[in-house]
Design a protein around this ligand. Structure first.
Ligand SMILES: NC(=O)c1ccc[n+]([C@@H]2O[C@H](COP(=O)([O-])OP(=O)(O)OC[C@H]3O[C@@H](n4cnc5c(N)ncnc54)[C@H](O)[C@@H]3O)[C@@H](O)[C@H]2O)c1
Length: 429
């Protein structure tokens, strides 16, 4: 089967490309490298060093003998994506290729507009290209659990049965997204649902929770196949940030009360969910939604978990609660239906202490690369204008034990200079 992965250079797209190639699918990889450019813009960087897509694909060929076809271009350019679909003729398309960051979308007007154009126009082009050149192809699109927001009732899988004034219907679940990024996903969902109805396309919209972990069977083969790890105040997801903070002696920053509850999923389960969706396609004209999470935690619970695991490694970790830069409910009801992928055969990997310990090990291995000035958030949801990137600090050579204070949204933290790891144990940058 031929599968096209869009966003194949990203955190999830790269391991997904290898996963599918390893399973014997013929895989094409699309990306325009914009994610790498946004890092340059923001002064941020993956903690784990990542190789270029060209090097990754060459290394994959060298190590496994398997070929991945690469298409470099922007899916907001219709001619580009239409040509790819026409020539590659995929039976399934996995669409990861969007601007995926809520804080980036909330920096200012320009970044909000960019996010919505990139995501909504890119996906709309893709829908037209599928209809024109590949109408039987199955679109597997990554949405987010953030599309639902935090309603005070159970969250269903995409649709809800409603009785209103004595009449009953099955309607799309009400969406209450919390950023311009999440709004772009809601609009995508509407466009996809619409074209399934009017053009008879088939699509699976995966409302995915926060993904954690960097190790899959394929990324572990060789360091050239590693995927990115974002921990900073713009791109970093919460568990990654807590692990980095624990490793370098920075308090874990729980924004506000910490009762915000979010769905989570291990990266290995993400890989498998996509395959399960591909192996069990919807019929033509069907638009379906799967909630792609396996468990949920409050942010405070996560901080406590990291604190507990860090203690076993003799790391004395504190939790701080700066004011919340986001506008969101800080304590709320949360109960999510997520049975459809389990029914298709998903066997979840849950967040265990063992997994957290191995994540902390990886972070400690690369802790010499942490850019501490990028950890605190500065994008404030209430402000129309936020600074665009972190001001990179030239590394200061401090004396061991000397203290330095760092400023960010919600206060000051103190860094204490520590002894450098011995060079023989330091991995290549
Ligand atoms: N990572 C998570 O925890 C998570 C959670 C829920 C949903 N998702 C969704 O999964 C998808 C992938 O997430 P990720 O964490 O791998 O993100 P990522 O930013 O690491 O990867 C996205 C990739 O898409 C590429 N891209 C973006 N716009 C493009 C365009 N116009 N044309 C071509 N390529 C483009 C980027 O260069 C990047 O390599 C996103 O749609 C995201 O919203 C991710």
């Amino acid at each position: 089967m031929k599968i096209l992965v869009i966003g194949a250079d990203g955190y999830l797209g790269w391991p997904q490309t290898m996963y599918l190639s390893n399973k014997g699918y013929e895989v094409g990889a699309v990306d325009n490298f914009s994610r790498r450019m946004w890092d340059l813009e923001c002064g941020t960087e993956s903690l784990i060093p990542i190789h270029s897509l060209h090097e990754r694909i060459n290394a994959w060929k060298e190590l496994t003998g398997k070929t991945i076809e690469m298409f470099i271009g922007d899916i907001t350019d219709y001619n580009f994506i239409a040509n790819v679909i026409k020539n590659f003729s995929p039976e399934a398309i996995v669409h990861y290729g969007e601007q995926r960051c809520a804080p980036y979308s909330m920096i200012d007007r320009k970044h909000a507009v960019f996010t919505q154009v990139n995501n909504i126009v890119g996906t709309l082009n893709l829908l037209y290209a599928i209809k024109e050149f590949c109408p039987h192809c199955h679109l597997v699109k990554l949405g987010t659990m953030g599309e639902y927001g935090t309603p005070n009732i159970d969250i269903e899988e995409g649709f809800i049965e409603i009785v209103h004034n004595g009449r009953k219907d099955r309607l799309p679940y009400p969406m209450q997204p919390g950023s311009f990024y999440h709004l772009s996903k809601v609009h995508d969902s509407q466009n996809i649902m619409f074209v399934c109805k009017v053009w008879g396309l088939r699509a699976t919209d995966l409302h995915q929770g926060v993904v954690y972990g960097v190790e899959t069977d394929e990324t572990q083969i060789d360091e050239r196949l590693a995927t990115r790890f974002d921990y900073d105040g713009i791109w970093g997801t919460v568990l990654n940030r807590f692990c980095v903070q624990a490793a370098i002696g920075h308090p874990l920053t729980v924004y506000g009360k910490g009762g915000q509850t979010r769905g989570f999923i291990n990266i290995r389960d993400t890989m498998r969910c996509i395959e399960l969706a591909i192996l069990n396609p919807p019929k033509e004209g069907e638009y379906r939604v799967f909630n792609q999470i396996t468990e949920w935690f409050t942010i405070f619970e996560l901080a406590q978990l990291v604190q507990k695991v860090a203690k076993k490694k003799d790391l004395n970790v504190k939790i701080s609660q700066p004011p919340n830069p986001r506008v969101e409910a800080e304590e709320h009801y949360y109960n999510v239906k997520h049975t459809k992928l389990l029914d298709l055969g998903l066997k979840p990997h849950y967040l265990s202490n063992v997994l957290l310990e191995s994540l902390l090990d990886i972070v400690q291995r690369y802790s010499y690369r942490v850019k501490e000035e990028t950890i605190l958030p500065y994008v404030n949801w209430r402000s129309l204008q936020n600074p665009v990137g972190y001001i990179a600090k030239a590394p200061k050579i401090g004396k061991i034990g000397e203290k330095e204070s760092l400023l960010g949204f919600g206060g000051e933290v103190t860094k204490t200079f520590k002894e450098m790891p011995s060079l023989s144990n330091t991995p290549r940058r």
